[in-house]
Design a protein. Structure first.
Lengths: 365, 365
């Protein structure tokens, strides 16, 4: 199984440089590594010293790099959508729309990047996939997408099935199906069918994340604004289930206050990088992408009827908790995470919640 | 009418600082200014010296700031969606879903930010809206959204109207309508109705952009990777119709090569900023957000049967041109722009195209 590694922090603190050095170091140790760059500008290849391609391209032994180009990825995905449509519809209509004319809307970059990461993850061609993204909340939105999207599907499928619209449509579904579709469908298929390619993709994506296979590393300088950004991203990363493995300090020294800010994480001071001394930088990196002991983002303590959510870097005032039936919603850092209560606790309510030392402790009555 | 100003460039080159200094300068000159921050972390307020709020908050005379918090914006929009649903549906189903439980998917941050910018733009409360976004392609995707989304609507409405699905559904629409909707709808309403709130929002958004009301300023250091990023964003900004008004150089001097890279733009070297000498920085800024003479992103030369598209910062090999019926698609910088031919040229084909000095010149036969 591949590991997935990404670097989080404020722009200009050395995330891309750290990603490249990590790729070089792991490749030198014999791991097969692919570096994926979200930045589609020529600047990305300059940092890497190659003219990058949208297909994996060898940089050195064991080390391949590819630039994620959304127009190319969208064209390929569109062909796949048309192929699926042709399977299900008697008279496909989407064939009249060409992949080459599709514009890019907000969100498509990350959705298509995640799909690419998933494909390489499932192919098992590489030991480590390093995703060099924009390194902030957008990267976290991307990794959080499978869980959140599957929540939307479940929640809205539930209410649509119960709705007057579906009840009114039901008698018509069969005749329309036979006129339009290659296969006969019923309303039940539409509302309950989870065996479709979209659901499967989501589940595989969620699986990769839930197995703790995505590692985030925080990158910062000693500048207080950069440190505050890294702390915020640490907490935010927990909200999408990322394992944060450590902190890299660039362009300065570790202070006591920085160590305290990021405890219990391992903090590493990186050597100065002059644009070419890669070996020095590689030697200065900690071990990256391997199982280490970090706090679990979320833990169910059944005996104590408690849920412990690790939310470092936040203040008590930043954290909000709500409950709707069998689900509790934790809001922190401009993100929401919906946690479904274990079956044993269904029907029970939150009776207590406290936030201290970076942990939200929720008690279920 | 408000002007909208945004700063584009690599992370860490001083975009947020430039945005704040610009706000202070314009406010000191008597303009009413609002600064909107896309960064939802506490780091954003630190740069500004305030504890920011999700509602406009006074920083100093004429100068308000607000932090765009996507969870808050999504909750408010969801209330609006439910209000609309209740108007149209006999038995609203969405009321069972609470805004407080909705997670954030990729794309929502920018869609909701654009909607907020549009609201403030239409309210005319401020002379200048400064959007401090992530400053890269994501900001451009946001400003490009109205035009691209309305293209998707037009294109897919066209093919759905002609499709077997809609033809098969047509006889059922009336009976379902009366069972489910508060008003009677026909298939024609669904496929042709452009008088709905979503279309109107899009049109207003496109209007703001097409009137050249959004100004982008490039921010860079003399570092070659930062310069390459700024050049790429210059060309990419043209693709979404932004007017790029100039270049700000931070942490270094203007060289001949930088001036040549960005000709004919005005390039300004900013004084060093130590974190507090705002007045020095304000004095060093060029005039921002006012009508200046920049090349048009796109120009139709009817007499010569030519379309001139300004795409600076790109090489010939980065630019692709395709034609489907009455529309030509220009692809450059991981973006696509669909240009509908003027009625006089409909039915004609592209007979020639050349790319030189940053201009794509397309001849229609």
């Amino acid at each position: 199984m591949s590991s997935i590694v990404t670097f989080l922090g404020k722009g200009g603190t050395g995330r891309t440089t750290s990603a490249i050095a990590t790729a070089k170091k792991l490749a030198a140790a014999g791991k097969k590594v692919i570096l994926m760059g979200q930045d589609s500008s020529p600047a990305w290849g300059m940092a890497l010293g190659i003219d990058p391609s949208t297909e994996p391209q060898s940089v050195s032994a064991n080390f391949a790099a590819m630039q994620l180009n959304t127009t190319v990825l969208l064209e390929n995905s569109w062909e796949e959508v048309k192929r699926l449509e042709a399977q299900y519809l008697r008279s496909p209509i989407l064939k009249q729309v060409y992949g080459q004319e599709l514009g890019i809307l907000p969100g498509m970059d990350r959705a298509l990047a995640l799909n690419t990461i998933r494909e390489y993850y499932q192919s098992n061609q590489y030991d480590v996939i390093i995703y060099d993204g924009s390194g902030g909340i957008d990267t976290l939105r991307m990794f959080g997408m499978p869980e959140i999207l599957s929540w939307y599907f479940r929640r809205f499928r539930g209410i649509f099935t119960e709705s007057d619209i579906v009840k009114a449509l039901s008698p018509f579904v069969q005749p329309i199906s036979s006129a339009v579709l290659n296969t006969a469908w019923t309303t039940a298929d539409i509302t309950e069918n989870t065996d479709n390619p979209a659901s499967q993709m989501l589940e595989k994506g969620t699986e990769a994340l839930s197995q703790g296979k995505v590692w985030g590393y925080l990158v910062t300088t000693p500048n207080p604004i950069a440190v505050a950004t890294a702390k915020y991203l640490w907490g935010s990363a927990q909200q999408v289930g990322l394992s944060v493995g450590g902190v890299l300090i660039n362009q300065g020294s570790i202070t006591d206050s920085i160590s305290a800010d990021f405890a219990p994480l391992n903090v590493t001071e990186l050597p100065n990088f002059d644009g070419s001394n890669w070996q020095t930088l590689m030697d200065g990196l900690p071990t990256i992408g391997e199982e280490i002991d970090t706090p679990q983002p979320i833990e169910f303590v059944m005996a104590e009827r408690k849920i412990k959510v690790f939310l470092p870097g936040f203040d008590k005032k930043d954290v909000k908790l709500t409950q709707y039936g069998p689900e509790i919603t934790v809001e922190a850092g401009d993100q929401r995470r919906n946690i479904t209560l274990p079956p044993a606790w269904r029907g029970n309510s939150v009776t207590g919640a406290k936030f201290q030392k970076g942990y939200l402790e929720v008690t279920i009555g």
